[in-house]
Write a protein that binds this ligand. Structure first.
Ligand SMILES: Cc1cc2nc3c(=O)[nH]c(=O)nc-3n(C[C@H](O)[C@H](O)[C@H](O)COP(=O)(O)O)c2cc1C
Length: 191
């Protein structure tokens, strides 16, 4: 069974992660979820979803999701010897992105990302900030040059979204495409 680490940080847009998690679980993937303190707060503020209730709901419907303690560096996902198929940080704050770009792994998000980079496993970072400073852009370049996929939460409009769900599905579909995971979340150009 394929296994992904998903991290939610305190940037705006955790609704994307809610959709990605459900989509992966529905398709039989297993997930280790790490959420920063502000990630949980922003999730509740923006969506009204309480993290623990969401996890319970997902466990009941699909199973195969483990909530990791963001401060537990003894977690399995902190070690390269624990094999995963990669990691998605969604949404990624400029703070977490900066830490990862500079090899800082004070919490489990930074450490698990560092492991993916050193083990050359897929790492998809979905930054959310605007406008972007030179510091943000340089940090993204460092990560891109280290093999990380920088996939900004930048919905397109050429698929003619009719509602918010279509906009969310576009970004989540792009993440799944990057990981070569079949999906029909948005109409592909030319189809
Ligand atoms: C409602 C809200 C929205 C935020 N949105 C963003 C954002 O889109 N991008 C960003 O980089 N930081 C954003 N922040 C700031 C981060 O949450 C803050 O920098 C935090 O320290 C990030 O830490 P973390 O990466 O450990 O979650 C937001 C904060 C709040 C309260």
């Amino acid at each position: 069974m394929k296994k992904y680490i998903i991290a939610i940080t305190g940037a705006s847009g955790s609704i994307y992660a809610v959709k990605l998690i459900e989509e992966l679980l529905k398709n039989g993937y297993s997930i280790h979820l790490v959420v920063s303190d502000n990630g949980a707060k922003v999730l509740e503020y923006e969506t009204g979803i309480k993290l623990l209730n969401f996890i319970e709901d997902m466990k009941e419907k699909y199973g195969n999701i483990t909530l990791e303690d963001v401060d537990n560096l003894f977690s399995s996902v902190a070690s390269g010897s624990f094999k995963t198929d990669g990691m998605i940080i969604l949404p990624c704050s400029m703070s977490s992105l900066g830490e990862i770009a500079h090899g800082v792994s004070k919490n489990l998000i930074g450490r698990a990302a560092d492991v993916c980079i050193k083990e050359k496993r897929p790492l998809v970072i979905v930054p959310r900030e605007t406008p972007l400073s030179s510091i943000h852009l340089k940090n993204m370049l460092i990560l891109s040059e280290s093999g990380v996929t920088i996939l900004p939460a930048m919905p397109g409009f050429y698929h003619k979204p009719e509602n918010l769900e279509d906009v969310i599905n576009f970004v989540v579909g792009k993440i799944l495409d990057t990981l070569s995971i079949e999906n029909n979340l948005f109409k592909k150009w030319g189809n």
